[in-house]
Design a protein. Structure first.
Length: 67
């Protein structure tokens, strides 16, 4: 009974699905790393913003007490 090449096509389809799955897993890993990097950058921005605000407040307080 001839299979009309279905076995070869089936292997091709399965190989392509495996390739796509590997690509999706790699993409998900990259997205997770980007989320982590953004969280770190947000934390640094908040910290440096608070330090900058505190320094500005301190300079203003010092200037006001000298005048």
């Amino acid at each position: 009974m001839p299979d009309n090449g279905w076995a070869e096509y089936q292997q091709l389809v399965l190989a392509e699905l495996k390739r796509l799955d590997a690509g999706m897993q790699h993409l998900q890993k990259d997205v997770s790393e980007i989320h982590l990097a953004v969280a770190v950058l947000r934390t640094r921005a908040v910290t440096w913003g608070a330090v900058g605000g505190l320094v500005t407040w301190g300079i203003g307080l010092l200037a006001a007490s000298l005048l």
